[in-house]
Design a protein around this ligand. Structure first.
Ligand SMILES: NC(=O)c1ccc[n+]([C@@H]2O[C@H](COP(=O)([O-])OP(=O)(O)OC[C@H]3O[C@@H](n4cnc5c(N)ncnc54)[C@H](O)[C@@H]3O)[C@@H](O)[C@H]2O)c1
Length: 330
């Protein structure tokens, strides 16, 4: 694949941003036009950004165009996107040569397969041929960027921008710098994503799977164990999430959920439920007790967000959210 990418460069003549009448700050290059590449293209182009796409495989563009068209038609018919398919497509270009796609882009969003070797090859090229101030973000789901950023002298501009799928409907995006990433680039990435309508969250330490997939993984691991042990069927387990846990998680995280579940807040919740959860963890070979200090630290952050005097008011807010969801979902 490295040879394939390299051969595109030999004949490439880099057009100046002026030639292309591109505003750098409004241009995103997407490297890899699969599910996530298309998802980002739909997101950025429907928010007014110029999007330039490149893919290593020849048949990728036709599929990407069809997928984008289908996604946009749905979003437009549901009133989520307020433009025509033609207008949004008018901001998207497909490039045979990587260099052309990178030219003028303030953000390069790599969306290639989840393989360290592939990411290394790509970041070598992106680092060499992107604009010198561009943010170089990988959509990687689990691989930390220090695994591939070292291939380029531009490593201080490399970080992870891990989206939910699809990025045009799931707002959160995890921004994960490596130890090589310049703080100013991390902030620039956060600002760029936020301006485009995404909800960036800073992950402070590199950890495989970041937070989104670690949380998802914890639930999925337990789900597999429960099905393996004959405790529940696959569909009934999904039902527990669909009509139970997921209802609350649609608008609150696990900490706020626990905080509101018990009068006295999360500290009281930990006292009551902590020992049972510790036993469940031990049953799975996990020994990570919620120590007094840890619970205090979590509780301090919750109390800063919601003083206990406002707890009853927030419980009413939770119920209103659940009512809205009940009306929507039945
Ligand atoms: N699918 C998800 O739910 C999801 C969610 C968040 C993040 N991600 C991450 O986003 C990245 C892309 O995932 P995806 O689901 O879109 O994969 P995908 O297989 O749908 O698309 C990958 C695209 O990359 C292209 N490609 C292959 N080799 C390439 C190369 N060397 N250079 C450029 N492009 C190349 C392929 O032709 C394909 O179009 C992965 O790192 C993945 O972990 C995926």
């Amino acid at each position: 694949m490295a040879d394939g990418i390299g051969s595109f460069f030999v004949t490439a003549v880099r057009p100046s941003p002026e030639q292309e009448r591109i505003t750098v700050s409004e241009t995103v290059a997407i490297v890899g036009a699969g599910s996530i590449g298309v998802g980002f293209a739909v997101h950025f182009a429907s928010h007014g950004y110029r999007v330039k796409m490149w893919d290593a495989l020849p048949d990728a563009f036709e599929r990407a165009r069809n997928d984008m068209s289908a996604r946009l038609e749905l979003l437009i018919s549901e009133g989520v996107v307020d433009s025509s398919v033609e207008e949004v497509f008018g901001r998207v270009s497909f490039h045979d040569i990587l260099l052309d796609a990178l030219s003028g882009a303030a953000l390069v969003q790599e969306c290639a397969p989840e393989q360290v070797g592939t990411k290394r090859e790509i970041f070598q090229q992106i680092g060499a041929y992107s604009e010198k101030t561009a943010i170089l973000a990988s959509s990687s789901s689990a691989i930390v960027s220090s695994e591939f950023a070292t291939v380029t002298p531009a490593r201080s501009r490399v970080l992870i921008g891990h989206p939910g799928n699809p990025p045009y409907l799931i707002p959160v995006i995890e921004v994960v710098p490596s130890r090589y990433t310049d703080d100013a680039i991390t902030q620039a990435a956060i600002d760029f994503y936020a301006r485009s309508g995404l909800s960036p969250v800073l992950i402070r330490e590199e950890t495989e799977g970041f937070v989104f997939n670690r949380l998802q993984g914890a639930l999925l691991r337990e789900a597999y164990c429960l099905v393996r042990d004959g405790v529940i069927s696959v569909d009934d387990l999904d039902e527990v999430v669909r009509r139970g846990l997921g209802r609350r998680w649609a608008f609150m995280g696990p900490f706020e959920t626990s905080d509101l579940n018990t009068r006295g807040g999360i500290e009281s919740h930990a006292q009551k439920m902590g020992p049972a959860y510790a036993r469940m963890g031990q049953e799975r070979g996990q020994n990570d007790p919620w120590t007094e200090d840890l619970v205090r630290a979590v509780s301090d952050q919750r109390r800063a967000l919601l003083p206990l005097e406002k707890w009853d008011e927030r419980v009413v807010w939770r119920d209103r959210q659940l009512i809205a969801l009940r009306k929507l979902l039945g």
